[in-house]
Design a protein around this ligand. Structure first.
Ligand code: GLN
Length: 246
């Protein structure tokens, strides 16, 4: 088994250790003897629809996000859409998540066009409004995801959007409706920085599971000793006053 991970805009969209998601997936593959190749994809770079198994897009400040948005309207965006249509897994975090929707309207009212892969739109209510900042826990498929959020933008899901999870503590999509993130088939968006995947090994393996299954039907991921990962998960939960067994 061999997987190829595309790391989108490492030079623009990479804050609060989002790069750790790339390293986490790489190591979880290597520990299992799955060969992995990471390709950095930045402005103007294109790739074939079948080339990448997983694409990761981190968060960024509004200025960098604008550059990414412009590039996503050109050939790189077509490559990402082509890969998703061909079955690649895509994970966007925070500013990267916002760019998976139709648009992000920044604090100045400038519209940054997104990929339109998820049915949602994001508005920044202006600098006078409080940002959503802090630790966050989310109920996800009967388990919990932990992370750190820091965003001014409020994301409003459209009628066909499904949230990734429900907020247990923190702001989430818009600090109003209790939803966090969004998912459509193999496209995942979330506000959870952290890094997200190292301390949420169940979610990391969910993404990897989708990717290996696409390459080889019935392929089972070998279980790993995730004692350290779950200890980090529990420590993050404890910061929010939430206690949970493994
Ligand atoms: N521009 C975004 C916001 O503040 C994204 C920030 C981020 O990626 N952390 O809403």
């Amino acid at each position: 088994m061999k997987l190829k991970i595309g790391y989108l805009y490492p030079d623009l969209m990479n804050i609060y250790a989002d790069r750790g998601n790339v390293e986490c997936l790489r190591r979880r593959c290597e520990w299992r003897g799955i060969a992995v190749d990471v390709r950095a994809i930045t402005v103007g770079v294109t790739f074939a629809p079948d080339e990448l198994d997983i694409i990761l897009l981190g968060g960024g400040q509004d200025r960098q996000q604008r550059a990414a948005s412009e590039d996503l309207q050109a050939a790189t965006g077509d490559s990402v859409r082509g890969a998703v249509e061909a079955g690649a897994v895509l994970l966007g975090i925070c500013g990267g998540y916002q760019l998976l929707g139709s648009a992000y309207i920044d604090a100045d009212g400038t519209e940054l066009i997104g990929l339109g892969l998820l049915d949602l739109e994001t508005w920044h209510p202006g600098f006078a409004a409080a940002r959503c900042i802090g630790n966050i826990a989310v109920d996800w498929e009967g388990g919990i995801l932990v992370g750190f959020e820091n965003h001014g933008g409020r994301t409003y899901p459209g009628p066909t959007a499904a949230p990734l999870g429900r907020v247990l503590a923190g702001g989430g999509n818009n600090a109003e409706d209790g939803t966090e993130g969004s998912v459509l088939d193999r496209v995942f968006g979330t506000y959870l920085h952290g890094s997200l995947l190292p301390k949420n090994p169940h979610f990391a393996d969910h993404l990897l599971g989708l990717a290996v299954e696409r390459r080889e039907a019935g392929y089972e991921l070998e279980p790993l000793d995730d004692a350290a990962e779950w200890a980090a998960h529990r420590a993050a939960l404890a910061l929010l006053g939430i206690r949970q067994g493994e």
